[in-house]
Design a protein around this ligand. Sequence first.
Ligand code: HEM
Length: 494
Amino acid sequence: MAADLWVVAAAVVAGVFLLDVVVRRVHEWARMVPLGAVRRARLPPGDMGWPVVGGMWAFLRAFKSGKPDAFIASFVRRFGRTGLYRTLMFSSPTILAVTPEACKQVLMDDEGFVTGWPKATVTLIGPKSFVSMPYDDHRRLRKLTAAPINGFDALTTYLGFIDHTVVASLRRWSEPGAGEVEFLTELRRMTFKIIVQIFMSGADDRTMEALERSYTDLNYGMRAMAINLPGFAYHRALRARRRLVSVLQGVLDSRRAATTKGFTRSSAMDMMDRLIEAEDDRGRRLADDEIIDVLIMYLNAGHESSGHITMWATVFLQENPDIFARAKAEQEEIMRSIPPTQKGLNLRDFKKMQFLSQVIDETLRCVNISFVSFRRATRDVYVNGYLIPKGWKVQLWYRSVHMDDQVYPDPKVFNPSRWEGPPPRAGTFLPFGLGARLCPGNDLAKLEISVFLHHFLLGYKLTRTNPKCRVRYLPHPRPVDNCLARITRVSDEY
Ligand code: HEM
């Protein structure tokens, strides 16, 4: 009897194995045949997996089990260090680019590649945002929106507000009786306040809260499977998008109504005003849905990553007393160097913070908040001698570049000193991407993080409630308790 059971079990296992092999082979064949023999032979190695699912299952398993690097490592193990691999992701045939050279070539080729975000992301962020708008519109709107957030003059304008917001936040969290706070949640609120001020100055607290709550749901849905059924993250994210559209439409309506009635705003022109007034070469203004999609994208991109990186940089500093001491000494030195007549730090002082900048770069490298980026080939392109066929998607794995031990020895070790010496080789450091889609908020983000760390290093201490808390990697790396901690003020001088 027992022997019979074993035979049945063995037959079932063999059957499943055979089925797996057959389904994979047929799927591979169906995807490869349309390319023709010559092009097929030039594809990078890889595995198309099962229809629809492809590499998604392995990707989600790696990230959800806390081993995000296991996904790409499995391709390297099976096919060698070829730098490019083929698979199926988000139901599209996709090339994974995982080395600096491959990423750089794709990112710098604007004719061969356009953005290729999964349909679900485009639906959530908005079809009229940068994630899917045509090339010329992107160039025009990028020019219009990037200059007012980056660059010396813009950052000088924002520094005062950022500083005030940071100081007030730290004081509030460390007040006697404040108890434990979800440090990450609070930082996200803080960075959100800053970006809302830049884009929609004067937004009231109710608008701010409504927007902020919706963004949390939107983000969770962004890297989830696109299953639009109650209970699934994507379904909640779609609802969050509808709420965001409705809140932003309300703000836009009241701005337009105020302009019609001839009211002038007390505060300076913000990004919403700029978008309302922008005209293309033919004098066409942006429609409401275009303005709303651009705002949804900017408000999201402008607070999530900065909030997370600020949290991780603080945690890394607190966990590494030697690095903390060196970073603090630099801040004290800068404080001593400012003339007594100068009130607070200016942008030039922040530019002098060499070691703090290394701490932030190392945090960006280790954390990989934007671990992957998406493109689509507009024609056949050869990269590293391999073909990326026209119409195929490309995933740029920034995370693999930053975690490659041939580029960064001991990649898992947090070591800001590795940034001493000449700047990194092109394509080896991509936290903000590269080329025409380079993050337009990179300098603003670094300034926000620096202002926070400046005050933190000089006057505060973080004590985590669960220092060994598990890290969740999707949609962004974060401790599952959102970094529950006590913030203590340790110096009265600051
Ligand atoms: C630590 C903070 C940040 C990180 C790590 C980060 C990372 C990135 C990356 C990697 C990209 C390129 C995506 C691609 O290659 O397709 C990007 C694009 C973008 N980022 Fe950031 N970002 C940060 C902060 C910000 C801030 C503060 C803003 C807004 C003020 C912002 C706005 C944007 C926008 C609008 C894009 C799309 C650019 C385009 O398609 O032309 N980001 N970001």
